[in-house]
Ligand binder design. Structure first.
Ligand code: AFP
Length: 340
């Protein structure tokens, strides 16, 4: 190994070092965001370890089941939720938490309150746990609006107001992808160090991709533009090669592949689910934020996804996100439909 490569290998950019570097660009910063992020990272490490042990530790199963030792076992998504809620509250930097697992938002008690609102899905894709497929945690961070007590409106802000968003994928490796609003970076957990190391600096999604990702089992209920787009992927009329279909059914894994290899991920509206399936606050917004920061686009079928203003914390929206040119084609199909 030459000296330059050796120097690189021994000069580890951990996620904390990266965020501290970013913080130093803002002299007014008090380090609150760095502290908040270190608590999110802790939650991710815990969930990663629990997911890795799931098969062995018999953590899988219905909430409330008992294991062979007679101990109460928690379902992994319930456990992950508890871990994140406790980590976020104890950071002392949060005021409102919205989790996929909890019907109501959590308002942090005044003595532990900070200025950040965190929306998250602690274990997305949990129906994939039992077969060992990659799953993940998705999160988005807002700042409370100025003045007064924290209110639900503080988390019902459009996605473009997010300060940061990311996901952690528990797969063949544990990868945390983060954007604080100036590009996207990927960090991989080095289990021997217990640290996330910068392995994917400044991720840019290819302008056009060769993959589309959708649950085609819903095709009979799709609207015209979605059906036309998928038909175009399979039978292009402009002489370009057909796209490949890849669909895991775990948003973090499908979006991660889309981000790195390009293409589109879509969860459209259909006749049965006119608002699609995915949740605005903790699935659609964070992933759309990351896509835009990586040079891609995210569209709901009607508008830029990050312009949506949610009315309810568990609201759903159709979503088409990925490579810039591919999403542009989908937008054109919806625009043509509108003209009819
Ligand atoms: P689960 O958490 O119930 O597994 O749902 C996962 C998810 O919310 C998202 O991660 C997937 O992209 C999407 O649902 C898959 O939905 P379909 O099973 O309807 O394709």
């Amino acid at each position: 190994m030459d000296h330059a490569a050796e120097a690189h290998r021994t000069d580890l950019m951990t996620i904390t070092r990266y965020v501290l570097n970013e913080q130093s660009k803002h002299p007014e910063s008090r380090g609150d965001f760095t502290i908040l992020l270190s608590h999110i990272v802790l939650g991710c490490k815990f969930v990663c370890s629990a997911v890795n042990k799931a098969g062995l530790a018999k953590l899988i199963g219905l909430a409330g089941e008992t294991n062979v030792q007679g101990e109460e076992q928690k379902k992994l998504d319930v456990l992950s939720n508890e871990v994140f809620i406790k980590a976020l509250v104890s950071s002392g930097r949060t005021c409102i938490l919205v989790s996929e697992e909890d019907e109501e938002a959590t308002f942090v008690e005044p003595s532990k309150r900070g200025r950040y609102c965190v929306v998250f899905d602690p274990l997305d894709g949990s129906s994939n746990i039992d077969c060992g497929v990659s799953i993940g945690t998705i999160f988005g961070i807002y700042m409370i609006k100025e003045g007064g007590e924290p209110k639900l409106e503080d988390v019902l802000q459009p996605g473009k107001n997010m300060l940061a968003a990311g996901y952690c994928m528990y797969g063949s490796s544990c990868t945390l992808v983060l954007s604080t609003g100036s590009g996207v970076n990927g960090f991989t957990l080095d289990p021997s160090l217990g640290e996330f190391i910068l392995t994917h600096p400044d991720i840019k999604i290819p302008k056009k991709g060769k993959i589309y990702s959708v649950n085609e089992g819903n095709a009979k209920n799709w609207d015209g533009p979605t059906a036309k787009y998928v038909e175009k992927c399979k039978f292009p009329k402009d002489g370009s090669p057909a796209k490949s279909l890849r669909y895991i059914g775990s948003m973090v894994a499908d979006v991660h592949r889309t981000l790195l290899y390009g293409g589109v991920f879509l969860y459209p509206a259909d006749k049965k689910s006119p608002n699609g399936k995915l949740r605005v606050l903790y699935e659609v917004f964070p992933m759309s934020f990351l896509m835009e920061q990586a040079g891609g686009q995210a569209f709901t079928g009607k508008q830029r996804a990050l312009d949506l203003v949610p009315k309810k914390i568990h609201e759903r929206s159709p979503i088409f996100l990925g490579s810039y040119d591919d999403v542009e084609e989908i937008k054109a199909l919806y625009a043509a439909e509108e003209q009819k």
